[in-house]
Design a protein around this ligand. Sequence first.
Ligand code: ZN
Length: 188
Amino acid sequence: MNKILTYPNKILRKKAEKIETVDEILEKDVKNLVEGLKLAENGAGLAAPQIGISRSFFGLKDENKEVRVILNPMINKTWGEKVYPKMIDDKEKQEDFLEGCLSFPGFWGTVKRWLKIEVEWQELIDKKLVSKSETLEGFRAIVWQHESDHLEGILFVDHVKKDGGKFYKNIKGEMVKWSVNDVLKKGK
Ligand code: ZN
């Protein structure tokens, strides 16, 4: 099994290669990603570059911990403007949705995302690439954008920096305001 790479590992900045053919290497790579994501406690998604494979695919984990592998993803249509997503807390108050990343353990930030997107991708079924499409909303749309970014070498902290989003480090369960530039600096 491959371990999850953290920033500033250089492979996280590389554009991933499109998958054209199904072979044993691809099947092994996909299996590695599924295992990695199943073991990742807090991850809803994991992109291939995060386990050292610079190829265009990522995994998505649902509530039942089932992993679906998405190959050659594309966003074909978006609705409205990118916004800072909100969520409702247990006191029914609106609060910021914080995005995190397995390659930035302990860091969280607000990132502008589309809340509705139409996507297209391929799945590996019986050694064949099968095309699929779907319209995604809310959390599923956000995770898709985060994982697609990884395949372009774009990281959530880049958006936090560019849009001036909020950024925190979780220190023993407490969200402490943190400088995103300090974290990004390590990659320079
Ligand atoms: Zn990530």
